[in-house]
Design a protein around this ligand. Structure first.
Ligand SMILES: [Ca+2]
Ligand SMILES: [Ca+2]
Ligand SMILES: [Ca+2]
Length: 289
């Protein structure tokens, strides 16, 4: 049998207006007590953590450049959240994802082309910067920037002749999407040929770094042979094997980006000019540790 419910008008009339008013008045002290208690709780020194200092390294994620504090009483939480709500202030990992030596190629290229470096390589497998301009610009890809104020001046440690050469200019660029590039440039002649250099980012950025924080790069014009990452490239010697490798690419126009190392004079074309350039440096060599 279907239940018979009284119409709304019947319910409304069951509580006289006078009683409803008294009920509201009776609740007012409780509402006031609840308001004062909640406000006091929010300002209480007993609140588990009022201020939390964020360490260097996390700061950059918040657009700050050094330590700063977060007033947790101002952190919003939604209805239904636990009072012990978590606030995750763990700094984003800073991972190094790529190292490269970069030069501008003219003519049909008209762009920067990279020789990809291998930060894990040592000895004969250290990648060579083969082009006539030598090592001028090193780029490092990062997934975060930590505290940019702590990066300091990038240096190239000369493992062949001793000493460290500070970069002439550097920048930290935001590529968007959590991708950043640190670029360091040296003026012509500061990093001579036939030398092995080490660039070390250990301890920079003020936060832990994953990936390989240091990279060796060999300055050896003409050491083009091989097909990286296949064994035999490079070998630390500029000789006729390297010259022939260039000759085999004669008249490749424009050069594919991955073959930038064969375009010694960076004119965007591999031809006999590049072949002769390698030939002129025949017999040069340098070893890396
Ligand atoms: Ca390394
Ligand atoms: Ca070689
Ligand atoms: Ca060329």
């Amino acid at each position: 049998m279907k239940a018979i419910r009284p119409p709304h008008s019947t319910i409304d009339k069951s509580i006289p207006a006078g009683k409803r008013l008294w009920a509201v008045i009776a609740l007012l002290p409780f509402c006031f007590w609840a308001f004062v208690t909640l406000a006091d709780f929010a300002d209480s020194d007993d609140f588990p953590v009022d201020l939390l200092t964020v360490p260097i390294g996390a700061a950059a994620d918040f657009g700050e450049s050094a330590d700063f504090s977060v007033d947790l009483r101002r952190v919003q939480r939604g209805w239904g959240d636990s009072p012990d709500f978590p606030v995750d202030l763990t700094p984003a990992d800073l991972a190094i994802t790529a190292w490269r030596s970069v030069l501008f190629h003219w003519g049909p290229i008209g762009d920067w082309l990279a020789i990809e470096l291998d930060p894990a390589a040592g000895g004969s497998s250290v990648v060579s910067e083969t082009r006539l301009d030598g090592i001028r610009r090193i780029e490092v890809d990062l997934t975060a920037i930590g505290d940019p104020a702590l990066v300091g001046t990038i240096e190239a440690e000369d493992l062949t002749n001793g000493g460290s050469i500070p970069a002439s200019w550097q920048e930290l660029a935001d590529n968007g999407g959590g991708s950043y590039t640190l670029a360091a440039e040296w003026l012509p002649g500061l990093l001579p040929d036939q030398a092995c250099y080490r660039i070390d980012l250990t301890g920079r950025f003020g936060c832990p770094i994953t990936g390989d924080p240091d990279c060796l790069v060999r300055a050896l014009i003409g050491d083009t042979s091989g097909n990286p990452p296949a064994p035999g490239y490079p070998d630390g010697f500029t000789n006729l094997i390297d010259a022939n490798a260039v000759y085999n690419l004669n008249s490749v126009v424009p050069i594919p980006p991955e073959r930038a190392r064969f375009d010694l004079n960076t004119d965007g074309v591999v031809n006999l000019i590049d072949y002769n350039a390698v030939y002129n440096f025949n017999g040069n060599s340098v070893s890396c540790p």
